[in-house]
Design a protein around this ligand. Sequence first.
Ligand code: NI
Length: 179
Amino acid sequence: MGLLKIVHYPSPVLLTVGKPVETFDENLEKLALDMFETMYHADGVGLAAPQVGISSRLFVMDCSGGTDPSRRFVIINPEIIACEGHQIGKEGCLSFPGIYTEIKREMRVIVRFQDLKGSLQELDVTGLEARCVLHETDHCDGIVFLNRMTPFKRALAKKKIKEFQISGKWEVSRSFETI
Ligand code: NI
């Protein structure tokens, strides 16, 4: 187990479509465990592989903050198969530390995915978990939450990002790998 390094925007891996996961082995299990550890350590509720420099389609999620093991999910090769309703709420991203913006998302989502054994599963979630599934699936598609902001909020966020980058607080990595 170990903490992984979280890459910050605009690291190219965050803007690249992830490769489907094809090998379900102990390396994948170890990666998922390390991603959970990294996510809890950073007080996040979701973390996608591209955020730790790995351009592959998987993410971990736990919107209970580690208090309810039944809400702990490893989602591999996610595919959103149904959405309904809307919600507007503040959203952040571990690859954009210090940026929180209201974003409109669907209220309920059904996601089809593979688990660590490679078996197909479906998960039907609402509220924060739906927001998280959409945000993290976007990461697997090389989409960051800037793309989901209104033009006005995006302009404000970009201004702040520039300030953070000039101050050297954000770590940008040029290289990336897949699993
Ligand atoms: Ni994010």
